[in-house]
Write a protein that binds this ligand. Structure first.
Ligand code: SAM
Length: 240
């Protein structure tokens, strides 16, 4: 079973998310576990405080290190050999992290236990990051108010690659970024819509022709929209 634990001050945000569609089905089938952990339950003061004013002054609040490190270590063990032996990997969602891409997603999907830490406020006390986080990942060069939406993006992208989560694994092979290209256009019924027809070849039943047509459209689209992907592509077109 692929296990994901999420540390957040808003566990309720994940409730419908983890029950819906592929994630819900995979959890019911026992392929996946997604549990949320309220950071406030790892506090030890009466006010259950998870944040405090920044040293040196400045706007906003900073997440305190004690509850965070306590939560992370309870779920993943101490950073280093203890954690490695448990097979856990701790990711902090952060705009300052390495940008998440399909290669990174593939590597995360190859693990068996992820602990995702969602920041809030102005960020997290640096000592908690140094002591307890294995990797910082960003979902793009913009700033959100919290790590929950980035954690959901990471969960969806990663779990799609976990065997058994997607019914037909064939659909993963043709997807954008898998062969260093974008996927080409898709069509469904009706064959005519507002004067526009589905390309004839897709209705021909000739699988060889269809697959060549798809490959050509994928290449064209990638050239037009993301030529950088073609430049990075290995010569054989195999997965990186
Ligand atoms: C308002 S942000 C803090 C931004 C921080 N003050 C800075 O300038 O780098 C609060 C939290 O949202 C999450 N977050 C915001 N943008 C993100 C992004 N692009 N990718 C991943 N996490 C993000 C992080 O967990 C972060 O700790």
């Amino acid at each position: 079973m692929f296990r994901i634990d999420v540390i957040t001050i808003f566990p309720e945000l994940f409730e419908t998310f983890r029950q819906t569609s592929l994630l819900g089905a995979a959890r019911e089938a026992g392929t996946l576990s997604i549990e949320t952990h309220d950071l406030r339950s790892y506090t030890e003061d009466v006010h259950r405080s998870v944040d405090d004013e920044p040293y040196g002054g400045g706007p906003g609040m900073v997440m305190k290190p004690e509850p965070l490190v306590r939560a992370i270590e309870e779920l993943a063990g101490e950073k280093g050999p203890d954690r490695e032996a448990r097979g856990a990997f701790v990711v902090l969602l952060s705009p300052q992290g390495r940008r998440l891409d399909q290669k990174e997603v593939r590597s995360l999907a190859g693990r068996s236990h992820l602990v995702l830490v969602c920041g809030r406020y102005e960020g997290i006390d640096q000592r908690a990051i140094d002591l307890a986080v294995d990797q910082e990942l960003s979902i793009g060069d913009y700033v959100l108010s919290g790590g929950e939406v980035p954690a959901m993006a990471l969960i969806e992208a990663t779990t799609r690659l976990v065997p058994g989560v997607i019914g037909n694994p064939e659909s993963l092979v043709v997807e954008s970024f898998e062969k260093g290209m974008l996927e080409g256009p898709s069509y469904t019924r009706p064959a005519q819509f507002r004067g526009q027809s589905v390309p004839e070849v897709l209705r021909s039943g000739d699988h060889g022709k269809i697959s060549r047509w798809r490959e050509e459209r994928a290449r064209e689209r990638t050239q037009e929209r993301r030529p950088d992907l073609l430049e990075q592509r290995p010569p054989s077109g195999e997965k990186r």
